[in-house]
Design a protein around this ligand. Structure first.
Ligand code: SF4
Length: 203
């Protein structure tokens, strides 16, 4: 598939403000969803959280155990690291930042999401993107990056370029949970955030 980088992005996201679905309907639809088998094992859905008019949108893989318990994405140690990463580029959770996952329900045992689950769930993510109208998406982790870019390439090979998803510029970096296990890659994540900030400034 084509992954042509877009180095100079000047236009606003094409998706903003055209959404036919309103937040209230979406927030009712997700917790009621039984479109894939994950509804049988979830404690609750994890919708997403943050500024609903944010310029920045961060997208991870799927809820883990703590997220499933609390109903919020990126909590626990990985969430703290994410908050630190955001602070490093002058951002704060909930302020001009929206955080969500590709999947809204936890895969049992934190197994990888299956293609059919992704296919059933991504319409929710696309509606969130349409409603928020972010200027920049950061795909966090291999699964989110590969899913959003329809690619099987590694994070290492996808980093450092600007792609598009649903018309919105997108860059790739490591998931905070991965960074907790692979501390040397923190420097690369820092470089990605600097790149993200530069990219945002150019939009
Ligand atoms: Fe529905 Fe998504 Fe949960 Fe599957 S993962 S039941 S598609 S909300």
């Amino acid at each position: 598939m084509g992954l042509a980088p877009i180095w100079r992005l000047r236009t606003a996201p094409a998706v903003a403000a055209k959404a036919g679905t309103h937040w209230i309907e979406l927030k009712q639809a997700v917790p009621a969803c039984t479109a894939c088998g994950l509804h049988q094992t979830r404690t609750q859905t994890v919708f997403g959280v943050g500024d609903e008019q944010a310029d920045w949108m961060l997208i991870g893989e799927a809820p883990g155990a703590e997220e499933d318990r609390l109903g919020e994405p990126f909590v626990g140690q990985a969430g703290k690291l994410l908050d630190n990463m955001l602070a490093a580029i002058g951002l704060k959770r909930g302020e001009n930042v929206y955080i969500a996952n590709v999947l809204k329900c936890r895969p049992p045992g934190n197994r990888n999401p299956e293609p059919q689950e992704v296919a059933r769930c991504t319409p929710f993510l696309k509606q969130q993107i349409a409603l928020i109208g972010p200027k920049l998406i950061i795909a966090m982790g291999r699964f989110a990056a590969q899913t959003l870019l329809a690619s099987d390439a590694s994070i290492a090979s996808l980093r450092g370029r600007v792609y598009r998803y649903e018309g919105v510029p997108l860059i790739v970096t490591y998931h905070p949970a991965y960074l907790l296990r692979n501390l040397p890659d923190k420097a690369k994540a820092w470089a990605d955030l600097v790149f993200a900030k530069k990219t945002m400034a150019s939009l």
